[in-house]
Design a protein around this ligand. Structure first.
Ligand SMILES: Nc1ncnc2c1ncn2[C@@H]1O[C@H](COP(=O)(O)OP(=O)(O)OP(=O)(O)O)[C@@H](O)[C@H]1O
Ligand SMILES: [Mg+2]
Length: 145
């Protein structure tokens, strides 16, 4: 059975208010097995929308609408439940060139840091994780990357 076409993330009428309304009525659908891009002018709310999905908005932010990950509602989820989702089922590469995909650090290590934290991978399994991540991209020497 193909998962392509199945919706994994569904955002409905998302609103974010941080002292003033910053995101108004965003709705979008992410399908399994597909790569999506979110385009919009600077300041239009792309980062805030992404932070809302991971529950990483500032404490004073007020979020409305619905963010559903494979049927599980994320808006209003408690921190403990969010920790079960973040890093395990959904992750984010932050818009920070000094810390995200840093050119002086092996990309395999950076791709699997969250696995070390959330899954506690050790030894051989940890060593093979970067290779497994890079293989689909036809990287010839994944162990050295
Ligand atoms: N923590 C915050 N507190 C108050 N306002 C914020 C906060 N973060 C972002 N904003 C404001 O919310 C709006 C949307 O910002 P956001 O960073 O989501 O835009 P963006 O689409 O990601 O822009 P860019 O393309 O420049 O990355 C902007 O007006 C921004 O100034
Ligand atoms: Mg941004």
């Amino acid at each position: 059975m193909s998962v392509q076409g199945t919706s994994v993330l569904s955002i409905r009428d998302l609103t974010i208010d941080i002292g003033r309304p910053l995101v108004k009525g965003v709705s979008l659908e992410l399908e399994a097995g597909r790569i999506h891009g979110l385009a919009g002018e600077s300041g239009s709310g792309k980062t805030l929308t992404s932070l809302a999905v991971l529950g990483l908005l500032p404490r004073q932010a007020r979020t409305g609408g619905s963010i559903s990950l494979a049927g599980e509602e994320l808006v209003g989820l408690k921190r403990r439940s969010l920790n079960r989702v973040r890093g395990m089922r959904i992750a984010m590469v932050f818009q920070d060139p000094s810390a995200s995909l840093h050119p002086q650090l092996p990309v395999g290590r950076q791709l699997t840091d969250h696995m070390r934290v959330h899954l506690g991978l050790k030894g051989l399994r940890r060593g093979s994780a970067p290779s497994n991540c890079l293989r689909p991209f036809r990287c010839r020497t994944p162990k050295r990357r």
